[in-house]
Design a protein around this ligand. Sequence first.
Ligand code: ATR
Length: 274
Amino acid sequence: NDQYAVIGNPIAHSKSPAIHGRFAAQSGQRMEYQRLLAPLDGFALCVSAFRAGGGKGVNVTVPFKLEAFALATRLTPRAQVAGAVNTLKFDDENILGDNTDGIGLVSDIVRNAGVSLENKRILLLGAGGAARGVLLPVLSERPSELVIANRTVSKAQQLVELATAHKQGEVLISACEWSQLSGKFDVIINATSASLSDEVPPISGDLFAAHTLAYDMMYGAQMTSFLRFAQSQGAVLRDGLGMLVEQAAEAFYLWRGVRPETAAVLADMRHALE
Ligand code: ATR
């Protein structure tokens, strides 16, 4: 059987083996998928040992996505713009680096939540790795406007420059301070890590309309602080569990050329979380 793995530190909590195990069983792919704990200073060695043992590809998680980017000998455009890699695919000569996080987010919003991003006004909260990772896939959906807001405004401005260099069609792209945000947004995506400390970016509740999709890339047994705030404003809520499953599906497709069915897997992951 072909060998795959997820590499991170820590890694024990990773749900990727369960998700890929389900995809493999469902599609009849003969493969195995394990967790690998790499030492903090031993990512490249861990990858090369796994590859030397016949490994065909790996998913990469915290804190190694930048090292994976550096290790890749070829990069997909979305990985290039993301500046980070969450999926490596090995062949005889090359290590292909991809980033499936952004397309995972977009698939979860468009297909699973049934919300088109085309011609929509989108607010992206945060300007770290998670925010950068979704730029190209979000822009590919042809929104009318993308506003990026971040605690450190200069970082939002940098992402605006990057996004502007890769925009398609007539999309308005701007950076904004929390307090200067105005109007209603169709989709508000929380790509900050504020929820980890139970904090919420200090945005006005007036940015939410009843149809606004509030999306938190984080998820957990409890609703995140951002989603609780969005709920108090009457918005439509979605956490990042679907993004997790969809980014895995894209990695599976890259490796195996088969698109897994995600709905039942997502439902089971949700059940297991509760
Ligand atoms: P990740 O890979 O999760 O994006 P990161 O690159 O460290 O991690 O980025 C974290 C993001 O969350 C940043 O946008 C950060 O804002 P700054 O750029 O100003 O540091 C944002 N963030 C973290 N804690 C926050 C908080 N309590 N309130 C608002 N934004 C926060």
